[in-house]
Ligand binder design. Structure first.
Ligand code: GDP
Length: 480
């Protein structure tokens, strides 16, 4: 905050010369149009016998955050858990989502469920559960990379006739990185060659150990095709939800996340949003990123019009000025004018950011400075290599070189090219990616650009270890 000498003099209704004279006495040579800081202005004004009342103008975004009510315990009610299904391709994620949805459809609803939205709710024993219908950990992590935390519980689907596969391991690591509890659903148990015991044995290697073997992971054996044991799975979700105590305040301005959105020819921008706290109502002024508008109409997952949506409820929203990106947080504001000011600010910031080249989040180049400034306490690493042996060798060496200031944590390791999913995980977890004799694929290369993730490619393990050691102690040679 600054003020010019002239403006300060005008406020006090005195001649600018007097202000300049005072400043000189204080050791500052100033001209009439010079900006002086708030502290200096206060001293000058005090010396001249005035009282100063500095009003700091907060930006609208900050005002919005500060206006966020603190929920008191008594305002909170239990909300339905939000569940995401993850797992290897073809293990039955979509089938399971469909089976659960259809098993819970009452006859009267059946006709209504033609229109598909990105999430739905079911009721089991009088309690609701929300399923977010974006199978795959890539979507899950892409949302997380944008700051959205939507999922409370992850269901890890594994086909009993196939066992743990590379994307199973990825899903485990993505869920862990998000600190989301995992329920294992062993699927396809109707198949003659199903071997659930083998799946359990394989999962112990990833620290998912069933209770009957002394662990604390919940396993449910299901068949999406035969609709077998689905009730049991829902039961277990409710059990985990009870432990998690997911709560929200329904009596406040709504806030949540855009799950998916598109431009509909007839209806304009259509967004499926998940309300995470508060209650969203028709007529509310809503903002998501730089999209805004008055909620014109809302539909639940069956396509039925609703006038309001409470915590954990997914709804389709009409009325946005443009299509908001998936993963964007939404807010409602009472004052439309205020809402538009926030949007203006966001547009300005967006433009500024587009002009400025942002540095990678964590980078080896800058790691030492970031450690010194206390910004980094843990260096997250994702290792991709051509052979499993290299992954393990690097993991072991790296985990030993942590210091008191910074711990090294390998959050994911796997065989094969560096994929988009690796980059999104790195971005969401503020990690770097190391590749041995592998390269990023096309999608990964695009993601590296947009996510500003630091990736390093090596042929020799020793070089990688040396680089990271050097980076941690501030001795890394700059890359040219
Ligand atoms: P996703 O890629 O994980 O979403 O897997 P899908 O749900 O598309 O299922 C892949 C294939 O497995 C499909 O042909 C399904 O019909 C089949 N499938 C899914 N669940 C079961 C099951 O419980 N039993 C049997 N026998 N087949 C299943």
């Amino acid at each position: 905050e600054t003020i010019t000498v002239k403006a300060l003099a005008e406020r006090m209704c005195i001649n600018a010369g007097e202000v300049i004279k005072k400043l000189m006495e204080l050791g500052t040579l100033a001209t009439i149009n010079q900006e002086i800081d708030a502290d200096t202005a206060t001293i000058v004004a005090n010396e001249l016998g005035f009282e100063v009342n500095i009003k700091v103008e907060l930006d609208k975004e900050t005002q919005l955050m500060m206006a966020e009510p603190e929920d008191e315990e008594k305002d909170l009610i239990t909300r339905p858990p939000v569940v995401t299904i993850m797992g290897h391709v073809d293990h039955g994620k979509t089938s399971l989502l469909d089976a659960i949805r259809h098993a819970n459809v009452t006859a009267s609803e059946a006709g209504g469920i033609t229109q598909h939205i990105g999430a739905y709710q079911v009721e089991h024993k009088g309690k609701k559960i929300t399923f977010v219908d974006t199978p795959g950990h890539a979507a899950f992590t892409a949302m997380r990379a944008r700051g959205a935390k939507v999922t409370d519980i992850a269901i890890l689907v594994i086909a009993a006739d196939d066992g743990v596969m590379p994307q199973t391991v990825e899903a485990i690591n993505h869920a862990r990185a998000a600190k989301v509890p995992i329920i294992v659903a062993i699927n396809k148990i109707d198949k003659p060659d199903a071997n659930p015991e083998k799946v359990k044995r394989e999962l112990t290697e990833h620290n998912l150990i069933p209770e009957e073997w002394g662990g604390d992971t919940i396993f449910v054996e299901v068949s999406a095709k035969q609709k077998q044991n689905l009730g049991e799975l829902l039961e277990m979700i409710l059990l985990v939800a009870e432990i998690g105590e997911y709560k929200a305040n329904p009596n406040r301005a709504a806030r949540g996340t855009v799950i998916e959105a598109e431009l509909d020819k007839g209806r304009g921008p259509v967004a499926t949003v998940l309300v995470q706290t508060g209650t969203l109502k028709v007529g509310d002024f809503i903002i998501a990123g730089v999209a805004y508008g008055k909620v014109r109409a809302m539909m639940d997952y069956t396509g039925r019009r609703v006038s309001k949506a409470g915590p954990s409820m997914p709804v389709e929203v009409l009325g946005f000025s443009e299509v908001p990106p998936a993963g964007e947080l939404f807010y409602t504001v009472e004052d439309e004018k205020f809402g538009k000011q926030i949007i203006d600010e966001r547009f300005k910031k967006k433009r500024e950011e587009e002009l400025k080249l942002t540095a990678p989040k964590v980078s080896l180049e800058d790691l030492f400075n970031q450690i010194q400034e206390g910004q980094v306490k843990e260096l997250g690493i994702i290792i991709k290599a051509d052979v499993q042996g290299s992954v393990e060798a690097v993991r072991q060496s790296l985990e030993q070189i942590g210091t008191d200031e910074v711990r090294v944590n390998v959050i994911h390791g796997g065989v094969g090219a560096i994929t988009e999913s690796d980059i999104m995980l790195a971005s969401a977890s503020n990690a770097i990616v190391i590749g041995f004799n592998v390269r990023p694929d096309v999608n990964a290369r695009n993601a590296i650009e947009t996510e500003k993730v630091d990736i390093r490619l090596y042929r020799i393990i020793y070089d990688a270890i040396e680089d990271i050691k050097a980076a941690m102690s501030g001795l890394l040679e700059p890359e040219y």
